[in-house]
Write a protein that binds this ligand. Sequence first.
Ligand code: MLT
Length: 341
Amino acid sequence: MRHLLSSSDLSVAEVDSVLDVATQMAEVARRPVKKLPALRGRTVVNLFFEDSTRTRSSFEIAGKWLSADVINISAKGSSVSKGESLRDTALTVAAMGVDAIVMRHPASGAAHQVAGWVDASIVNAGDGTHEHPTQALLDAFTLRNRFGSLAGRHVAIVGDVTHSRVARSNVITLNRLGARVTVVAPPTLLPAGVDSWDVNVSTDLDAVLPEADAVMMLRVQRERMSGGYFPTAREYTVGYGLTRARLGLMADHAVICHPGPMNRGLEISADAADAARSLVLDQVAAGVAVRMSILYHLLAGESVSDVEGVTSENHRAVRPVAPEPSVPSAAPVRAQAGASV
Ligand code: MLT
């Protein structure tokens, strides 16, 4: 596979492969020298037409830890602000010979379009209200680390489902991994067509909380709201916020996730965000490992092994090099046999 545009692009085996390799990538974060040679000579461009803290910086760190050259381009400060079209910007970036473009855009479908225009691998880092597949993978990685497996686990996705690309991608990935998903939202923030999703739908958070193994809170996306979806912020919190009182409704083993950025005091209280059962910072850490795995799966292909002369023995597992930064001939990492994303 050349691109990662939607969570539905990945089979169960491919999701497992991404998460398994991410487990090995996470080891790198624990080393004093965080560097693998896998993507030496490869160039990754982060092309962001929307604001981002976690996604863009974690892709940048991921690429750099894999020895790729990483360049960040944001709409502010680029020729986009002079009126250049998405197509011209994408063709311009691709013409520089880049291997992958990690792309965020406010229009749903933008990443798919760019994938049709350029030869580089495209990673969808969030397109409008459509999808955010790498967020779903890092959420799955975080929950799998906590529970061992997602099979049979019940995940409640709570809040602004209508505007959430995180919710859409998570529904696909969690279902792939055998979890049961309930989306919980006020009726005004349940998207049209949600009945056709492979989920349970509820408007009663208090009824769902005791049943959930994981509660994934969604940010209220005010920047995407053109009208009044709820009367006041206070009323939203009363009905759908993970307040201190609601923490008491959760099962003892249940955990809290939030993709960030959090609106503390609106969809999530400080008590919930900072609770021992909150995995918010684990999700951030997982973002680097999972994005390393994704870049690795997309870019560490045959051409790398040809150039480096890797033996088939080396293909069996990710083999981090010794932590000296100056080991030019160390074996590059390769995907596990059979892994193809
Ligand atoms: C996103 O870009 O969709 C974020 O990860 C979640 C959010 O903005 O609420």
